[in-house]
Structure formats: C-alpha cells, structure tokens
Design a protein around this ligand. Structure first.
Ligand code: SAH
Length: 238
C-alpha cells in the first residue's frame, strides 16, 4: 500500500485522542456529520485523527467517512476498555473483533454472526473480523519494549457499558474475549466492508464489573495516555 496514504486514528472520547491531536503537525481540519477530522503528520507519518463518540453507530459513521474522504491505508482504534481477565492498566491488541450484541440466534445463527453482502450476492457470515496481523505485531512489539508486554486477543464490542461480572465471564466464555468496549467491532466491520486493514489498541480502564462505575473515571486518563504514547512510538513502523 502507498505510504503516502495516511493512517487513520479513531478514539471515542476526547481523552483518547487529545494527546495525539496535540502532538500532530496539523495541516488542516474538516467537519463531516458533526465530527472533526484533523489531518497532518504525527511522528513524521501522514495521519488523520478523529474523535467519533461512544458506541457503534458513531464509530461506523466516523470510520466510513474517514475511508471515503481520506483513503487511509490502515485504521487504528485506540482507547480504553473493560478487562476480561486482563487487569486495570493492561494493554490489549485485537487479534480479531466481535460484536457481542449482534443477535440473530432465534434464527439459528451463532451469537455475533454478521451478514456481509458483496455485490448483491448471498451474505458472507462471520462472527470474528480479523485485525491486520502486521499492524498488531508492531503494536505488540512496541508494547513489549515500552510497557513490558500486551495481551493479544479478541475484543468484544457492543452498545453497552459492561459493569457486571456474570456478563464479563460470559464474554470470555462465548467469544474468548480479553476486553469489552463500544466501538472496535463497528470500526472493524466498516474497514472489512471497505477492504481497509484495521487495528484496535486498548488499555484496561476497569474490570467490567460492579466496580467499573468508580474505576472507569479514575483510570481512563492514565490508560488513554498509555495507548497514545504507544501508538506514537509505533507509527513509524506501521
Ligand atoms: N464518556 C462517557 C461514557 C463512557 S462509555 C463517560 O465518560 O461517562 C465507556 C467508553 O469507554 C466507551 O467508549 C467504551 O469503548 C470504553 N469502555 C471502557 N470500559 C468499558 C466497559 N466496561 N464496557 C464497555 N465499554 C467500555
């Protein structure tokens, strides 16, 4: 892929992208659908960065707009997530994403089974959408060198803040998830449909249990800073 094409970076909340935008040598901004797209260069690499807002629809609007307007060669979703067997402060790099709330099970489909239409044909059916292996490997290596490691695994996405230990356990059992959040699987689907490679990097802000309403605000800033620093370091190799 042509290296002149930018890397797209999406975070749901301001805290997840602010440090990246502040460090960027910004060449310009555009506004679409109420979202602001900052473009320029970060760590010497052409990038476009946007805050999408929480949840799957916000994330999808942002990712599709970014792809159509800027033709990114890779889209990376950064931010925080609830841990599924990974402790607060830990890092998770997606091997694949799933949408845990996509449910056509009464019709006999597995939970999370997506329907992806190509050229008006019969849909491709998929639960997991695979992240770009090369980008994930770079993020894991950088995490190893700066923070002593990161976990690679499935990230589960849904329009739900998970703060329940039973649901947490279920996410691990059902999808093999290591983290739960509200955007990655949606960005993954948009990228998959457009044949654009994607990566998801999350730091664990809470344990997706009954302590999450207190832990999330306490740890989000620190965790978001961690992913921003790692991503800035990794960009030159992506
Ligand atoms: N901005 C609001 C709402 C945050 S929703 C606030 O600060 O109160 C939680 C955000 O962090 C989402 O973007 C989601 O991707 C991520 N997240 C962190 N912990 C999560 C959890 N336990 N369950 C789901 N999403 C979580």
């Amino acid at each position: 892929m042509e290296k002149k094409q930018p890397i797209g970076i999406i975070g749901a909340m301001g805290v997840e992208v602010r440090a990246l935008i502040d460090q960027m040598e910004e060449s310009g901004q555009d506004r679409f659908a109420g979202l602001v797209f900052h473009w320029g260069s970060l760590a010497g690499v052409p990038c476009v960065i946007a805050q999408c807002g929480e949840g799957k629809v916000n994330a999808a609007v942002c990712a599709q707009t970014m792809i159509l307007k800027y033709a990114p060669r890779l889209v990376i979703n950064v931010g925080v997530a609830g841990g599924v067997g990974v402790s607060i402060g830990g890092l998770v790099v997606a091997s694949a994403c799933v949408q845990h709330d996509f449910d056509a099970t009464p019709m006999g489909y597995p939970l999370g089974n997506l329907f992806l239409y190509w050229d008006e044909g019969e849909p491709e059916e998929r639960v997991e959408l695979p992240a770009d292996g090369a980008a994930a490997a770079v993020l894991l290596e950088e995490a190893q060198s700066i923070y002593g490691g990161a976990c690679s695994g499935v990230i589960a996405t849904g329009d739900q803040f998970v703060a329940d230990k039973e649901k947490n356990r279920w996410l691990g059992e059902t999808f093999g998830a290591k983290a739960v959040e509200m955007e990655g699987g949606s960005i993954a689907q948009v990228c998959y449909m457009n044949r654009v490679p994607f990566a998801v990097l999350r730091a664990i802000s809470d344990n997706a249990n009954d302590e999450s309403p207190a832990d999330f605000p306490a740890f989000t800033q620190e965790c978001a800073d961690k992913t921003a620093r790692l991503l800035t370091r990794a960009l030159g190799r992506l």
